[in-house]
Ligand binder design. Structure first.
Ligand code: DQQ
Length: 542
């Protein structure tokens, strides 16, 4: 439908048409990045789930391949659901995925590439004696899904974890041990459980180095290693992670800080981002995070436009060695290859209560970096405490405090009847300490009334001497925002009707009452399109 075609993104992964959800089994194999995804080949709403498949040399320019797996067995006839890939020491691949059976029971299945010599991994075969795992006693038949990538144990076996819940509210993850991916033993304890968090979907467990920049293969453990545990909470559709320690002998993961445990502490992304999954990229020795960005418009609009959902630009994840309390997420460096012409703005003063237009040609498909400086004296001069600030409930970009909000307006039209605001807000505690918030306000993002417009955000750690910095990936109907180098991230799905194509503008704004802000350096790159297209099989390759 042409009427809504401006909402299509230009460098975020999305199928040509129809519904997509979770990322599945991402991996690097024989020179290609592979990406599988939950896909409905028959429409723009969830259902009939198969595994879509695409390949890329650089995680940005994708080529669509034929559907990898369809629900053609009793053990997955209600859907080929989410799963993960494991690369064995000899380089071969095992795929583990959840099948929803003909009776809607969630079981785990194994699949292999039909031809390991095919770098495109076009054909997949399901293990003939699937399923390999049924819900164990005491676990609901619909509470047992999304196996992780396996990690190797010192005795040469493999372990996986699978999310579930007990008594509806105790979110948790089970551990299984297997020598061969066929026979499994349920471990006695739980990897971890957190009361009140409900069903854990798409659990992820992986190591991060506390000293090195490179990512770690999933089986690595030992000194200078922390383990990230992530669960996608079915109840509030958010991806929560926590840093902790994984004890392989006991099969237990323990959070560094019980107060910021899985499901009650940090989120990968405070906006719209769900069912994410990481993989270790052995090609570039880094850990890559994929996340699904669903629609926030009406189902009717999705059916009308004939498609639904995109994936976030893959992010490299590392441990934040400066704060030691959070991860860093940053768009993979390859996205920078899409940067075309740029414009730079320096020392732009944004007075209290003002808006400044940044003159760039087109701002509908851009990569923006910005650094803000605030007058130190003004910061100290603020006498009264400002407690209880909350991105969602404190008035958004229009609410005014002494030291915020200030930041950028993107996907805005010239008269700002539409705008998506990304901003900082500094609150002074009763102790005089400053607490910085990073937020996104979608409330004026679209004139359309049938779309969900939210105000999101959280605190962002700012260390002494650091400027406030932000990176934005703007792509027609998406804004991915990264504060302080990726310590806090917010993805917004927005539906401008006026601020599209050439009518889209970028502004700086400052609604703080007590401080003027200087945008020290703002750089705006126009972004090329990634031109996703089907893979053309040459005569020689078929
Ligand atoms: N989506 C899949 C499930 C998973 C859920 C089904 C998360 O395997 O738990 O499409 O979005």
């Amino acid at each position: 439908n042409n009427m809504l075609s401006w909402q299509r993104t230009s460098y975020h992964f999305q199928p040509q048409r129809n519904w997509m959800n979770d990322p599945n089994g991402p991996l690097y194999y024989k020179g290609w990045y592979h990406f599988f995804y939950q896909y409905n080949p028959e429409g723009a709403v969830w259902g009939n789930i198969v595994w879509g498949h695409a390949v890329s040399k650089d995680l940005i320019h994708w080529q669509y391949l034929p559907i990898a797996m369809v629900p053609d067995k009793w053990y997955d006839s209600n859907g080929v659901w989410t799963g993960s890939a494991t690369i064995l020491p000899d380089g071969s691949l095992v795929m583990l995925y959840t099948g929803s059976t003909n009776e809607s029971v969630q079981v785990q299945n194994v699949a292999y590439p039909a031809d390991p010599n095919d770098p495109l991994l076009v054909e997949w075969v399901k293990y003939e004696h699937n399923p390999v795992l049924l819900p164990p006693p005491g676990i609901g038949s619909k509470d047992f899904r999304d196996p992780t990538t396996a990690w190797r144990t010192p005795n040469g076996n493999w372990k996986i974890t699978i999310g579930s819940r007990l008594n509806t509210t105790l979110g948790m993850s089970l551990v299984y041990e297997t020598p061969d991916f066929i026979n499994y033993k349920l471990k006695e304890g739980l990897l971890h459980a957190v009361p009140g968090t409900g069903m854990w979907e798409c659990v992820d467990l992986y190591p991060v180095s506390t000293v090195d920049e490179n990512g770690l293969d999933t089986s690595v453990n030992g000194p200078h290693v922390k383990h990230v545990l992530k669960a996608s909470l079915d109840d509030d559709k958010k991806d929560y992670y926590a840093l902790g320690v994984y004890d392989e002998a006991k099969d237990v993961w323990t959070p560094d800080n019980p107060e910021i445990d899985v499901g009650i502490g940090l989120k990968y992304d405070y906006g719209h981002f769900y069912a994410s999954k990481t993989f270790y990229d052995q090609h570039k020795e880094r850990r890559i995070l994929w996340g699904w960005i669903g629609e926030t418009d009406s189902e009717r609009a999705d059916i009308e436009k004939g498609w639904s959902s995109v994936q976030a630009v893959p992010r490299e994840v590392t441990f934040d060695k400066k704060t030691k309390t959070n991860l860093i997420q940053w768009p993979v460096e390859e996205v920078e290859d899409l940067r075309l012409s740029s414009k730079k703005f320096e020392d732009v003063k944004v007075e209290t209560g003002s808006v400044v237009h940044l003159d760039v040609d087109t701002a509908t498909q851009v990569d923006i970096t910005a650094e803000f400086e605030i007058d130190e004296k003004a910061l100290e001069g603020v006498m009264e405490a400002d407690v209880g600030y909350n991105c969602t409930t404190s008035g958004g970009a229009a609410g005014r405090g002494a030291l915020g909000p200030f930041g950028l307006l993107v996907l805005a039209d010239g008269s700002r009847t539409e705008q998506t605001a990304i901003y900082f807000y500094i609150a002074k505690g009763v102790d005089g300490n400053l607490n910085t918030f990073f937020c996104t306000d979608e409330s004026r993002s679209s004139k359309a009334s049938d779309v969900n417009k939210q105000i999101y955000g959280s605190t962002v750690p700012v260390l002494k001497g650091e400027k406030l910095s932000v990176r934005l990936l703007v792509d027609h109907s998406i804004v991915e925002a990264f504060a302080q180098g990726g310590r806090t991230c917010i993805t917004s799905r927005v539906y401008p009707t006026e601020a599209i194509y050439g009518a889209s503008r970028v502004f700086l704004f400052n609604n703080a009452t007590g401080v003027s802000v200087t945008a020290k350096k703002v750089k705006i790159w126009e972004m090329n399109s990634a031109f996703l297209h089907p893979y053309h099989f040459s005569a020689a390759s078929v």
